[in-house]
Design a protein around this ligand. Structure first.
Ligand code: HEM
Length: 255
């Protein structure tokens, strides 16, 4: 109830502000629309100037994050614009602070989507930027649809990655000048909590000559003649560490 009233109050404030800046609520009652030029005037630099930023065309009031986005803040370069691309690339140069997300991979697009969720959770949405992601009626553009399709693909890839991590959790590893590198498994290695620890193996991605250490469930007895009792150990993408017993808990890594 209180939140609803606050939201209505915030919206009224925003509407009053945009009214004074050329916004006509009579024509576009549902979404506050502003141009990139209008947004660029909202960097919170002067007394009374609003502090806004946009992600994927959605505008947020980041006044409560002034220490980050206000003048002199570490992320002031994100203020007054839609710099969606920088959220994925970390490129805060003028060339990187743009809303052009063309050519980004699905997982990079997913990073931007996660930031969008972050802003929805922590800041008030106040409208949309007319341009790349929303048209002059505030409707999503084809460009946004394509970006969303990539984000969905990113989500699918991430879920796949999570499943793979559950099947083959990453090993623990350490290096010391005396002992060199060693890898080992535990019931939490790779951040995957489970009721088995497994044995270290090199996992080669299909078509790649690079491997990384994963923990493999090794059911059955070491001497068991039945392959089916050997858990995942027969998986062709896996290789044993040289000089390490197949069921050893840890292995030295020889370069
Ligand atoms: C892709 C690269 C990065 C992006 C897009 C990014 C973006 C951001 C943004 C937008 C905030 C403000 C969040 C808010 O509104 O509360 C933030 C906060 C922060 N960032 Fe980054 N960041 C990046 C990389 C880094 C790196 C590499 C570091 C450290 C080495 C870092 C350290 C921090 C810290 C410490 C805060 C919190 C400051 C505080 O709460 O007082 N960031 N980041």
């Amino acid at each position: 109830m209180l939140r609803g009233a606050l939201a209505a109050f915030a919206l009224a404030l925003a509407a009053a502000w945009f009214w004074g800046h050329g916004f006509d609520p009579g024509q576009r009652p549902l979404v506050l629309l502003l141009s990139a030029a209008e947004l660029s005037l909202c960097r919170g630099s002067e007394e009374g100037e609003r502090l806004l930023l946009a992600v994927l065309g959605q505008v947020f009031d980041v006044e409560s994050g002034r220490r980050h986005y206000g003048p002199g803040g570490a992320y002031s370069s994100l203020a007054g614009k839609d710099a969606s691309r920088a959220f994925a690339t970390g490129d805060f140069s003028p060339a990187g602070l743009v809303d052009d997300v063309s050519g980004l991979a699905p997982l990079e697009m997913l990073t931007i989507q996660n930031w969008l969720s972050f802003y929805h959770k922590n800041y008030a949405p106040v409208g949309k930027v007319v341009g790349r992601f929303y048209d002059e009626n505030g409707a999503p553009t084809e460009y946004l649809r394509q970006a969303e399709a990539l984000m969905a693909e990113g989500q699918r890839l991430q879920a796949q990655e999570e499943d793979k991590k559950k099947q083959f959790p990453p090993c623990n590893s350490e290096w010391s000048s005396a002992g060199g590198s060693r890898v080992w498994c535990s019931k939490q290695s790779g951040g995957v909590h489970r009721d088995w620890s497994g044995v270290p193996r090199k996992l080669y991605e299909p078509g790649s000559s690079h491997s990384h250490c994963v923990c493999v469930k090794a059911q059955g007895q070491p001497s068991s003649p039945q392959m089916s009792h050997r858990g995942e150990l027969e998986n062709p993408l896996l290789q044993e560490y040289e000089g390490c017993h197949p069921l050893a808990e840890w292995c030295a890594v020889k370069e």
